[in-house]
Design a protein around this ligand. Structure first.
Ligand SMILES: C[S@@+](CC[C@H](N)C(=O)[O-])C[C@H]1O[C@@H](n2cnc3c(N)ncnc32)[C@H](O)[C@@H]1O
Length: 209
C-alpha cells in the first residue's frame, strides 16, 4: 500500500535480502502479526491489559514509557538460521529482548514447563518438526486466549488430495503426520482453530480452556 501522496516505501536492505519476507506497511514497519492480534485481544479478552510477553515475568524489559514491554523467546537447532534474521531484529531495536536458545525445541519446551511459565505466553509460532509433541506443551504454556501458529499445515496442498495422487517423496513421507496433527488440533477442545490459506497454510490455535 502506498502512503497518502507518496510511493510505496522500499523495503530496507535487510528485508530484501531475506527470501519470503514481506514489507507492506506504509509507515515503514514490517507487518508483524502481533500488532493486529494484540489490538484485537486487548478489546476482546483483557480490556485495558497492556502486558504482552513471550517470556516469563522475570525476563520482561521495561518499556520506555513505563509500560511492560514484551520479551521474545526463540529457539532453533541451527544458530546460522537465527543469525540470518538477526540484522532485522537488530535494526528494529529489539535484539536485547530476544532470548535465543540453540538446540532442539522439545527440550527447551520441557525446561519451560514449570509453574511460573505455565499460561504465561501470548503467542508462539512453530515452524519445525514434531508438531504434536509441541502442541501438548504449548497448550500449557500459552495463556487463555493466547495463540499458537503452526506453519505448513496444508503441506503443499497434499492434505486434501486423494492418497493415490502422485506426490514428491518428502511430501508423501510427512503427509500422514500433518494429517494426524490437523485432526488432533481440530478435535482438541482446549483450542479453537483457524486455517489461514496463505503460503503453505498456517493453523492458528487459540487456547480457550
Ligand atoms: C523452514 S525453517 C523456518 C525458519 C523461520 N520460521 C522462517 O520462516 O524463516 C525451519 C527451522 O526450524 C529449525 N528446526 C528444525 N527442526 C528443529 C527442532 N527439532 N528444534 C528446533 N529447531 C528446529 C531449522 O533449523 C530451521 O531454521
Amino acid at each position: 500500500m502506498a502512503p497518502p501522496g507518496g510511493r510505496a516505501q522500499e523495503p530496507p536492505p535487510e528485508r530484501r535480502a531475506l527470501p519470503g519476507t514481506s514489507y507492506d506497511d506504509a509507515r515503514g514497519r514490517g507487518a508483524v502479526p502481533e500488532h493486529a492480534s494484540q489490538a484485537r485481544r486487548r478489546q476482546e479478552d483483557h480490556g485495558d491489559r497492556r502486558l504482552h510477553r513471550l517470556l516469563p515475568p522475570g525476563h520482561r524489559a521495561r518499556h520506555p514509557r513505563g509500560r511492560h514491554d514484551p520479551g521474545h523467546g526463540q529457539s532453533d537447532i541451527n544458530r546460522e538460521n537465527y543469525e540470518l534474521g538477526l540484522p532485522c531484529i537488530k535494526k528494529a531495536g529489539v535484539a536485547h529482548k530476544v532470548d535465543f536458545r540453540e538446540g532442539p525445541a522439545l527440550p527447551v519446551l520441557d525446561l519451560l514447563q514449570d509453574e511460573k511459565n505455565l499460561g504465561s505466553f501470548d503467542f508462539v509460532f512453530v515452524d519445525a518438526d514434531n508438531y504434536l509433541n509441541y502442541h501438548e506443551r504449548l497448550m500449557k504454556l500459552v495463556r487463555l486466549g493466547g495463540l499458537v501458529g503452526y506453519d505448513n499445515t496444508l503441506w503443499n496442498g497434499s492434505v486434501v488430495l486423494p492418497d493415490y495422487t502422485p506426490m514428491r517423496s518428502y511430501i508423501r513421507h510427512y503427509r500422514d503426520f500433518v494429517l494426524q496433527f490437523n485432526r488432533t488440533v481440530a478435535d482438541d477442545d482446549r483450542d479453537e482453530i483457524c486455517q489461514l490459506p496463505v503460503g503453505d497454510g498456517i493453523t492458528l490455535c487459540r487456547r480457550v480452556k
